[in-house]
Structure formats: C-alpha cells, structure tokens
Write a protein that binds this ligand. Structure first.
Ligand code: MN
Length: 379
C-alpha cells in the first residue's frame, strides 16, 4: 500500500470516527473531505511501474454487463495474465447470452450466484479494477463489499460524474467512445502493444463496436478507427464478432419486437419524440430474458425527424428506462432531472419505483417541459 493511500485511510478514519468532530464545524469538515477526495484519485499512469510486480487482481464492471463492460474487463484480464498477475473477473450479476462466446467468459464469476468465492477474492485482492461504471451503487449487491475492500480501487470509465473519492487511481473521460478504448489506451500507454493478442483484441473490439452502435455515434473518432486498425492487424474476424453479438437471438425476441413496434410505441411528432412502454406481462408472454431488450430503443430513432427516443420497461421490482437522442438533445441531463438516472449526452437511462402508467405520465410531462428544445429540429 502506498504511503499516500495509507495517509488517506488514516484521514478518512479520523473524520468518520469523530476524533475531530468537536474541533471542526460539520460544513468545513465535509468540504475539506470532498476536496481531499476529489484531489486524491491519481492518474492511472502512476500504476504503470507497478504492472511488472505480480499481484492479486479482481476486475469488475456494472451490473447486467453489456458488450463494453464485458469486453473491457475480459480484455484487461487477457492482458494482465500475460504479466504474471492472478486475475479474476467478477460480474455483479448474470449477463446476456450474446456475450457467451467471448474468450475467457467461462472464468467470470457471477457475484449473485458465487458470492462466497467472489468475496474471498475481493478480500485477498491487491487491486480491484472498476470498469465501465463510476459509482459503486451500479454494482448492486456487490456495492457494500467493494466499498469495504482494503484493495486499491482503480477506475477506468467514460461516464459522467465519477465518485472520485472511491478510487485511488483512475482514468475518467466522457469523450471516449467506450471503456474498451480506454483499456486499449491503458495497455498501449504502458508500452505493451505487443501484448494485444487475439483474445485481447476480440474483447476490446466487441465493446467499441457495441458502444459506438457499430461505429456510427459521434464519439467514434479517428483514434477509434486507428485502434480498430491495430485490433484488426492482430488477426480478429470482425464479421464473426458482429454475428456473435447481433445474430444470436431466438425467434421469440423478433415476435416480441413485432408486438412492441405495433402495439407499444407512441410517436409524438409535435415533439419529435417517440416512446415505447412495455408492461411486464409482455416480457412474460414472449419469454424475454436479459439482453433481449438491448438496442430496442434505437428503433424509433430511425423514424424521420425523431430526436428523442425513450423506452420504459416494467421489470417488476422497478421501471427501467433508456433514452437516446440526436441533434444535441442532452439525455444525460434529462435522465438525471426526471428519472433518477444519467449517462451520456446521446444515451442514458434511469429507474423509477412508480407504476408503469405513472412513469409514462412523468415522461409525457417531461417531454412537454422540453418542448422548445425538442420541437426545433434541424437536419
Ligand atoms: Mn461503456
């Protein structure tokens, strides 16, 4: 453990065990603490020199991992094992079937099903890499364990507003297309481009492909294409990867989509907005599982003139929503303001405890409040 980190822990202990409570007014204490924390997360390149010393490492991601979460964690795994580290990838929950082909996926622990084994690894770890999320609550039941872990937590993520006080080192950049791109930067930045083998390349390609909507979103920079050229030169079959991810569904999903587009979609032309609201009964009727609803929100965005597309799904315990936008309408702000969520400018999500009809009403109200921005559509 670095001296700086030991100092930090000692400082944290002092604050929360109340030793300084009487000497320091609460407000001043909190502000100093926040300042200290925000200033604490050191740049990730600070750990490069330590990469040559074998360590026990856990790599984790957000719950219900998507292509970028699974791709970045497994890509990092395939890189780190080559340096002699003992590495385990732990997912907070289960994952979609379209990820089942990924190299190394059989070694991934599902925290909900293998809690004891995962807890032991977290207890023994020197480092915990946290990828494609930046607030511990996104790991659901793993949150408490991660929060108490004595290992150094290292962040690699491209979402807004990281919990900087939770990470000793980190890279946080909202301009990046994907966490996979950031893992690529990490590997090449540390001088290990030669360690990008086919397994690393396949994993990283998966995440950059899924998070950029197959290279169509604005964050697909020249640097992304340069990275893809490198991954391709390592021998990946990009058509096969696309097929594994996008052509791997069962018939029921397409029947379900048919029903959604016919019966569950409303288009509000006046607001250049389309909304899909799916009752839980539909999920049951069509046998819909994790991953089947992925990407559905993009369908209405294909309608001419639509700049805001939303989907609200009744998942039983809560109503989950996803938002996509074009033309600069900021769905990160939208999701934060109205739906207890957040994300990126063009892609975000949220969740609510209210019943589906209630959340739909809230959406329509929110849409009306944003009429000015939504109705001025320019091609
Ligand atoms: Mn991502």
């Amino acid at each position: 453990m670095s001296r700086k980190y030991s100092l930090f822990l000692a400082f944290e202990k002092l604050l929360f065990e109340g030793a300084v409570k009487k000497l320091w007014p609460v407000k001043g204490k909190l502000e100093t603490y926040r300042y200290f924390c925000a200033a604490f997360m050191q740049a990730i390149n600070q750990i490069y020199p330590q990469l040559t010393t074998p360590k026990k490492i856990v790599v984790t991601m957000h719950q219900k991992p998507d292509g970028d979460a699974m791709g970045s964690t497994l890509g990092l795994y395939h890189f780190l094992i080559q340096l002699g580290h003992t590495v385990t990838v732990v997912s907070p929950t289960n994952w979609a079937d379209f990820l089942a082909w990924m190299p190394g996926i059989k070694t991934v622990l599902d925290y909900e099903r293998q809690t004891v084994a995962a807890d032991k690894l977290i207890d023994e770890a020197d480092w915990i890499f946290c990828l494609d999320f930046n607030t511990l609550s996104r790991t659901k039941r793993m949150e408490e364990k991660l929060n108490k872990a004595t290992a150094l937590r290292i962040l690699i993520d491209h979402h807004q507003e990281p919990q900087a006080d939770k990470f000793a080192y980190g890279a946080s950049d909202t301009a990046k297309s994907s966490t996979c791109e950031m893992v690529y930067d990490f590997i090449t930045g540390a001088g290990y481009e030669d360690k990008i083998n086919v397994a690393v390349a396949e994993c990283l390609y998966t995440g950059v492909m899924t998070d950029t909507g197959s290279f169509r979103f604005p964050a697909t920079t020249a640097a992304v294409h340069t990275m893809v050229a490198c991954l391709k030169s390592k021998g990946i079959d990009h058509s096969k990867i696309h097929e594994h991810v996008y052509d791997n569904f069962l018939e029921n999903r397409f029947r379900f989509i048919g029903n959604v587009l016919l019966n569950r979609m409303e288009v509000y032309y006046e607001y250049n907005t389309a909304l899909i609201a799916i009752p839980q009964s539909d999920l049951i009727k069509f046998g819909i599982t994790t991953g089947d609803t992925e990407g559905l929100v993009n369908y209405p965005l294909g309608i001419k003139g639509i700049k805001l597309a939303a989907i609200i799904i009744d998942r039983g315990e809560e109503r989950k929503s996803s938002f996509r936008s074009k033309d600069g309408f900021d769905v990160n702000v939208f999701a934060r303001k109205y739906f207890n969520g957040g994300g990126h400018v063009n892609a975000s999500g949220g969740q609510n405890k209210e019943p589906l009809e209630e959340v739909v009403k809230m959406f329509i109200q929110a849409m009306k409040e944003n009429k000015e921005q939504l109705s001025n559509y320019e091609f």
